[in-house]
Design a protein around this ligand. Structure first.
Ligand code: GLA
Length: 399
């Protein structure tokens, strides 16, 4: 099914007044802006605090970028930078109520631009586009015209090319509504950028809700037909700080099939049943239980049993901390990647060394290489249509 909707409305409404207040005060100094008034329809009149912002340092070309902190009443905090729209940290409680950071990343923008990081290319926490995952041979044909993309992953194009949405600077507007604090990120990807057709207007809204969920709303419009497959590349480790690997996390994926891939991780077109294989996560399994049977580790796209409407995409439970993560989406697939390429060369927040399997990703998405696979759900956005997809990462505990 096509996850394109014709309505351009986002699920979050951003009060214009609050928005203006936020933009005007969005400078490098740490500050907190308090809204002048609460939403009129709110039963209890309470003051809605705005996200705060601080400098996240300067990019290699000298541009100062910001780090925004979204917080909710339970003390949960998410930090997001307008460089690459990267989610850099997420503090959530464990079963004893202790907050811990469950996201891999760096303390400042230079961590995301270091030569070692660029070489490794792990896309920590970033917004991915125009096309999340791989396009075979960096080529596709649309309306009879062949387009050529940069091959940045062996023979293929991965995650938008050499300078994907993970490496661009987004325009940021913090806001606050009854749903929670949010950050609206906007970017215009020019016709021909990274080889893709059409001027693409993209908006991504991160909202931290009061029930400890981080919701990500992706919206886009174009003036020429283009492939699009937006996602977020957060690496999670529910065992705070990634000091340990993620092999003990128990994962459930409501998916009876996965897309079989060739040696370069391009789907062959076959949707193979998971039953009786190490890919069967229809009931909970520790990540490490069968990973040795999967050469290289998990880095595959699961075909979710439900493809439309908001549906469960993954559940994760970490037994030592009791933390849980529930992912819901309206996308038909999810790339479950177990940090197989991390090798200890990257040192993140607080000096944590990110070794193999230090984190896992749950990238909600359309299937890899869909522009070249006519039988896969459509990923072509046309002029006049609005792309809109929502994924939610909800945190909890099991005692
Ligand atoms: C995706 C890919 C992986 C890898 C990571 C980034 O998850 O499927 O193969 O490229 O991104 O390292």
């Amino acid at each position: 099914m096509i996850s394109l909707r014709r309505s351009g409305l986002l699920a979050v409404t951003l009060p214009g007044l609050l928005l203006l207040a936020a933009c005007g005060s969005n400078n490098s100094a740490e500050h907190t802006t308090t809204a002048a008034s609460a939403p009129a329809d709110s039963a209890q009149t309470k003051t809605t605090a705005m996200p705060t912002s601080a400098s996240f340092g300067k990019t290699t070309d000298g541009t100062e970028v910001q780090l925004f902190t979204l917080a909710n009443a339970s003390g949960v905090k998410a930090t997001i930078t307008n460089y690459g729209g990267i989610l850099t940290s997420l503090l959530v409680p464990d079963k004893d109520g202790k907050l811990g950071d469950v996201i891999l990343g760096f303390d400042n923008v230079s961590g995301y631009q270091s030569p070692e990081y660029q070489k490794a290319g792990p896309y920590f926490g970033a917004l991915i586009g125009r096309y999340g995952n791989r396009i075979k041979g960096g080529k596709f044909t649309l309306d009879g015209k062949e387009y050529t993309l940069a091959k940045n992953n062996g023979p293929n194009s991965l995650h938008g090319g050499l300078k994907g949405f993970d490496k661009v600077i987004w325009q940021a507007e913090p806001a606050s509504s009854a749903d929670g604090q949010s950050l609206k990120l906007s970017y215009v990807s020019k016709d021909g950028e990274e080889g893709y057709p059409g001027n693409l207007n993209v908006t991504v809204v991160y909202t931290l809700t009061n029930d400890n969920a981080l919701r990500i709303d992706y919206t886009a419009t174009t003036d020429k037909a283009t492939p699009i497959n937006l996602t977020n590349h957060a690496y999670f480790n529910l065992n705070h700080g990634a000091g340990k690997d993620i092999l003990g996390h128990e994962v459930t994926l409501p998916a009876d099939r996965y897309t079989v891939v060739d040696a370069t991780l391009i789907p062959t077109g076959e949707l193979r049943p998971v039953k009786g294989t190490p890919f069967d996560f229809t009931t909970p399994h520790a990540i490490g239980e069968r990973i040795a049977q999967v050469p290289g580790g998990y880095d595959h796209n699961w075909v979710l049993n439900t493809a439309t409407g908001s549906h469960a995409a993954a559940t994760v439970y970490e037994p030592t901390t009791g933390r849980t993560l529930e992912v819901t989406t309206d996308e038909p697939g999810i790339q479950f990647y177990t940090g197989n390429f991390l090798d200890g060369t990257l040192k993140g927040k607080g000096g944590t060394v990110y070794g193999k399997h230090a984190g896992f990703c749950l990238e909600t998405q359309h299937f890899p290489d869909s522009p070249n696979q006519p039988k896969f759900p459509n990923t072509i956005l046309k002029p006049g249509e609005t792309y809109h997809t929502v994924s939610t990462y909800k945190f909890g505990v099991r005692k």
